[in-house]
Design a protein around this ligand. Structure first.
Ligand code: TRP
Length: 463
């Protein structure tokens, strides 16, 4: 497909479909497969799922449209796109800070994301050795604890994952990603269906289904809202200009609303599917749904250990999870990478290696959170891992998203937004304005303030 309105200096997706694939590659990752199930488990199940769905469609989708449209209008790294738009439309230069904030969030997220992705790499090895064949629950739990308890091994896997990511990034986001996404994403989907099939026949499916969809108001707290909204940002890769950087490579003739809806549906579908595969195993084996970050690394090996051809499926599964994690990791670095390349005329590969090394060092805090420093807390209650995770997911991403929504709704001229989105009729335009200009910012602000300071609701803040 040819590009009419001038392309991006970093390359272009060769069609609308490749953008969908790349954006799905960014969205679908450890957030769906590892994080969503354990957050659902430790936040009461159905209440979390419902609020998650609500925030995905009311807040996430409009925000995703905003990011992509700003990127496509600017055609540069998020920072330079914002700079350009601010200058063109004579807006305050402060808006550019959003991009700085996003680049920082991306590096912080990648620092721990790559640690967990390193776990998945190690599980490829374990699976290929048949380590879980016929394994008991206790064995699966001990294997997880022994592995994460070994800082050297985890540190090496963490380095390995970052090295792999850097290799892909060096080829450029467009070239490096297209083949990966084209082959691995569909395969991952097929394997998820196999897992789901196992979950459905395992005997725990009914309980799992109830746990996820039997909604009770009394389970909802302000923190459920905050966690669910943070997760919807995380899973759609929002709030740190990541989708803005991908938006810069989208052909001018692709429809943004249609594309974005597809991305949100696929990503949400994967999250739900994985959980419907994981929770039956949890209930059948008497495990705790709220057992935390280890959930997937205990339940899925158990499931594989008990199904025919389990070692093979398990091997393939963790391989695909690692690929899904790489395609997400790449997208986290893209805003910083594209900016540094533009600004300093630096070589892509050199910037990629530097970012990889920086992330490895920051990630050591997370590596040690599961062993040597497991008793060390940053703020009195959270390990380094839990602290960075909460800071990024529940604070930095929502704040970033809020600012992006406000910029798009109130600072960009109507004709720019309208032509980017291709919305011509008054009705849909009004709906869009209402969502991005009022509903989204208002919900994000309320959820964040009440989630961080629940005392405001019962007036006990001063005591
Ligand atoms: N969405 C990815 C996942 O679910 C992670 C991810 C990629 C991300 N890019 C991001 C999260 C940008 C936040 C911001 O695994």
């Amino acid at each position: 497909m040819s590009e009419e309105g001038g392309g991006s200096p970093h390359g272009m997706w060769s069609s609308r479909w490749l953008f969908v694939l790349a954006a799905v590659g960014s969205a679908v990752g450890l957030g769906n497969i590892w994080k969503f199930p354990y957050l659902t488990g430790s936040n009461g199940g159905a209440a979390f799922v419902l609020i998650f769905l609500l925030t995905i469609f009311l807040v996430g989708v409009p925000m995703l449209m905003a990011e992509v449209l700003i990127g496509r209008q600017g055609r540069n790294s998020p920072l330079n796109s914002l700079r350009l738009l601010v200058q063109q439309h004579r807006r305050s230069g402060w808006w550019v800070l959003v991009a700085w904030f996003g680049m920082l969030a991306g590096i912080l997220i990648l620092s721990y994301y790559s640690v967990v992705a390193g776990w998945a790499l190690w599980y490829i090895v374990l699976m290929s050795m048949g380590a879980f064949e016929g394994a008991a629950v206790a064995t699966a739990q001990e294997t997880y604890a022994a592995f994460t308890g070994n800082p050297w091994l985890v540190g090496i896997c963490h380095a390995l994952f970052l090295a792999l990511t850097v290799i892909f990034i060096r080829r450029g986001v467009v070239k490096g990603l297209e083949t990966t996404n084209r082959i691995f994403m569909p395969l991952l989907f097929v394997l998820l269906l196999v897992l789901l099939g196992y979950g459905m026949t395992s005997g725990g499916f009914g309980r799992a289904f109830d746990f996820m969809f039997d909604f009770r108001w009394e389970d909802v707290t302000t923190s459920t809202w905050l966690m669910a909204m943070g997760q919807s940002f995380f899973t759609l890769s929002l709030g740190m200009c990541c989708m803005m950087s991908y938006g810069a490579y989208v052909p001018s003739n692709a429809s943004i609303p249609g594309t974005v809806a597809m991305i949100a549906l696929i990503s949400t579908g994967v999250s739900l599917l994985v959980s419907l595969a994981i929770f039956p195993v949890v209930f059948v084996n008497g495990l705790e749904p709220g057992q935390g970050p280890g959930l997937m690394f205990v339940t899925l090996p158990l499931a594989f250990g008990h199904m025919p051809l389990g070692a093979l499926f398990g091997f393939l599964f963790f391989l695909l999870v690692s690929f899904a994690a790489i395609t997400s990791a790449i997208s986290m670095t893209e805003p910083a990478l594209a900016y540094l390349v533009e600004e300093y005329n630096a070589k892509r590969s050199r910037v990629a290696v530097t970012l990889g090394v920086v992330c490895w060092f920051i990630g050591l805090g997370t590596v040690l959170s599961f062993n040597v420093l497991s008793d060390f807390t940053v703020d009195g209650s959270r390990t380094i891992f839990a602290f960075i995770d909460r800071l990024t997911q529940n604070i930095m991403l929502p704040v970033g998203g809020l600012l992006i929504a406000l910029f798009c709704a109130w600072r960009l001229p109507r004709r720019v937004v309208q032509s980017q989105l291709g919305i011509k009729r008054e009705g849909p335009w009004w709906l869009w304005q209402l969502l991005i200009g009022i509903v989204t910012p208002f919900s994000v602000l309320t959820i964040m303030v009440l989630g961080l300071f629940p005392c405001l609701l019962n007036g006990s803040c001063t005591t």
